[in-house]
Design a protein around this ligand. Structure first.
Ligand code: FAD
Length: 381
């Protein structure tokens, strides 16, 4: 006989671990399933750090209230677990004189009264000697922003959910689900389970879970690098170097974090190949390392030392880079929670909360129409 739960969560990465924690806090009998053992390095949530900032330049009216709620929830999770999930490093946005990123973030910090400083290129280089940005560039520093620790965050939220009674099964891929009277039946490699509702938070694999619903998503290979500074390692430590996002030319972004012990972490946002989520990803090529070194040599020249390590990660992109957090079009007891398009981690506590609300039949005031599934399905049903 199948085991029965109130809710099943498929995928316990950033989004699913959060949803499971919210459900268990509400006393809902929940089962969380994952094909691997989270936290792991096969999805979208590994690599030591994720940026969290309020100075959103991308649709701030939607995302600033969400990040504000997430910050409350991140503090709550840290307090409940006693673990460090967030470190305030400051986040510096650097662009040329015409940078849309910096001008839009300037509007956001004024509209939402976010503590900030405007810095010229010279001021950045003087204050943070890790950088050598052009004197004509312009920057905004958000001193209270920083980084989250993704692996610890996922592990902690799963543990807190289990402490409150959630059941979890790892290394148990979901093979299929079917709607049935009163709920849903889920088949894994090991067993069959039943539940009233289902949350599909499978990251890069979400399209495989809803084969009848065409989702215009693409999975993009992303590379992460950790470099050892050539000199003055103290310039690259938290406190001396903020986390940064740099716009070297219009619409092109690279970002990085100070050295937390394994080197200065840097990456290029997007510009990766589209991949199959089941592929292990091609090895990183010397040309890809070279492209990263070119940017370092221009903007953080002393960071361009020994390559200590590199990793491949994945973005699951929607065409408009907004998420999908919505009920299934035919089965309102099934919630899709995905497509975090390379900027979802910071929001995962509130996204899990919104998904838990949806399965309870409640629509959170923070649930934006920007996350609706219908925006992609018009004409296809
Ligand atoms: C390189 C990189 C840098 C990023 N930087 C930032 C940043 O600075 N700030 C920020 O806010 N966001 C950032 N992001 C985005 C953020 O990390 C992602 O949006 C977020 O981690 C996605 O979480 P997820 O839960 O959707 O996916 P995942 O964490 O990958 O979780 C999906 C889970 O589903 C499981 N699963 C899949 N299929 C099945 C199945 N059939 N059965 C059972 N389990 C299944 C997988 O094993 C996995 O554990 C970055 C992403 C990358 C890749």
């Amino acid at each position: 006989m199948s085991q029965r739960f109130e809710v099943i969560v498929v995928g316990l990465g950033a989004m699913g671990s959060s949803a499971l924690r919210h459900l268990s806090r509400r006393g809902i009998a929940a089962l969380g399933l994952d094909r691997f053992t989270p936290p792991h390095d096969r999805g979208s949530s590994h690599g030591q750090s994720r940026i969290i900032r309020r100075a959103y330049f991308e649709t701030p009216g939607v995302y600033v209230p969400l990040v504000d709620r997430s910050l409350q929830l991140w503090s709550e999770i840290a307090e409940e677990s006693g673990r460090e999930l967030f470190r305030q490093t400051g986040v510096l946005l650097v662009g040329d004189a015409y940078s849309q990123m910096v001008s839009k973030a300037s509007e956001t910090v004024h509209t939402h009264q976010i503590p900030h400083e405007h810095l010229s290129g010279e001021e950045v280089n003087q204050r943070f000697p890790a950088f050598d940005v052009p004197g004509r560039s312009k920057s905004i520093l958000e001193p209270q922003a920083g980084i989250l620790f993704p692996e610890t965050s996922i592990e902690t939220q799963i543990q807190l959910a289990v402490n409150r009674g959630a059941t979890v099964r790892f290394k148990e891929p979901v093979q299929s689900w079917e709607a049935m009277p009163g709920g849903v039946r889920v088949r894994t490699s090991e067993a069959t389970y039943e539940a009233g509702s289902l949350i599909l938070s499978c990251g890069a694999w979400i399209s495989q879970m809803v084969p009848q619903t065409p989702l215009p998503l693409s999975v993009e290979r992303q590379l992460l690098f950790w470099f050892e500074p050539k000199s003055h390692p103290e310039f690259f430590k938290p406190g001396r170097m903020p986390t940064f996002i740099l716009e070297p030319s219009a619409g092109r972004f690279c970002y990085g974090m100070p050295d937390l012990g394994e080197g200065v972490k840097v990456a290029i946002h997007h510009e990766g190949d589209v991949i199959d989520p089941d592929s292990d990803g091609q090895p990183i090529t010397p040309a890809e390392v070279g492209a990263m070194r070119d940017l370092l040599s221009q903007y953080l020249p002393e960071a361009n030392g020994l390559l200590r390590k590199s990793e491949v990660c994945r973005y699951t992109n929607s065409p408009d880079e907004h998420f999908i957090v919505d009920r299934h079009p035919q089965h309102p007891n099934i919630v899709l929670l995905s497509a975090c398009s390379g900027h979802g981690f910071k929001f995962s506590p509130v996204m899990g909360e919104i998904a838990a609300d949806l399965v309870e039949g409640v629509t959170s005031p923070l649930h934006s129409g920007f996350f609706s599934l219908s925006r992609f399905l018009q004409g296809s049903q």
